[in-house]
Design a protein around this ligand. Structure first.
Ligand code: FMN
Length: 206
């Protein structure tokens, strides 16, 4: 039997970004567990600045995909268009979770008035990031695969399709499903941690 930390590290390494999905349904129960993991994430001043839209309606997904492709076609950069077209193929089969944030939550930090806008933005977005990582790990622990999709959230038309209320903004999308190309944990390219870690002061090896 593995120790707790070995099991945890195995889960962390097993999580990989899926680039394509099978047409296989994901249960509501699994989605609720993933959202429960999100709920328990840390957030600055415990603001919990998030709300979610779970999208499984094929018509809505097609509209989101179209908005994504339209935005990509307006770009001059050919690489951007190519990557977007590849990404668009993964939007229809998984459940899409639109991860929404409430920017006004920044007013609830203990020292908001003293904080520069940039620091407030950091606290808000770092809280969102910590929560999203909980979602991804919960998906892996549920035997599912996931993709963190940033680009979709920046397209105003997507917010319109989802009828987002004006005090909320899209921060990211998380696709949840069964990957069509299972990536092994060992395929993830990562720099060795001791190349990035120092002891007591920067530059002294740990
Ligand atoms: C903030 C953030 C934004 C990301 N946006 C996208 C995205 O728009 N599309 C995508 O396919 N992957 C996206 N990813 C996934 C990364 O490309 C992926 O995590 C990285 O290449 C490492 O691969 P791995 O997750 O399989 O270990 C994003 C990840 C993060 C943390």
């Amino acid at each position: 039997m593995n120790s707790g930390i070995e099991q945890f590290l195995a889960l962390v390494k097993e999580r990989r970004t899926s680039r394509g999905y099978l047409d296989k349904p994901v249960s509501r129960e699994a989605i609720i567990s993933i959202l429960e993991a999100a709920r328990w994430a840390p957030s600055a001043a415990n603001t919990q600045p998030w709300e979610f839209i779970v999208i499984s309606d094929p018509e809505i997904k097609i509209r989101i995909q179209q908005a994504f492709l339209n935005e990509a076609r307006e770009h001059e950069d050919q690489r951007y268009r190519k990557v977007s077209e590849q990404q668009a193929t993964l939007l229809l089969k998984p459940v899409l979770i639109a991860v929404c944030g409430r920017p006004a939550s920044r007013e609830r930090y203990v020292n908001t008035k003293e904080l520069a806008d940039r620091s407030q933005d950091e606290l808000y977005l770092l809280s969102m990031g910590a929560m999203i990582q909980n979602m991804l790990l919960a998906a892996t622990a549920s035997g599912l695969d996931s993709t963190w999709i940033a680009r979709l959230a920046r397209i105003p038309q997507v917010a319109e399709i989802l009828q987002l209320e004006k005090d909320l903004e899209l921060v990211a999308f998380v696709a949840i499903g069964n990957s069509s190309q299972k990536l092994a944990a060992s395929d993830g390219r990562r720099a060795p941690v001791l190349q990035r870690t120092y002891f007591n002061c920067y530059g002294k090896l740990y």
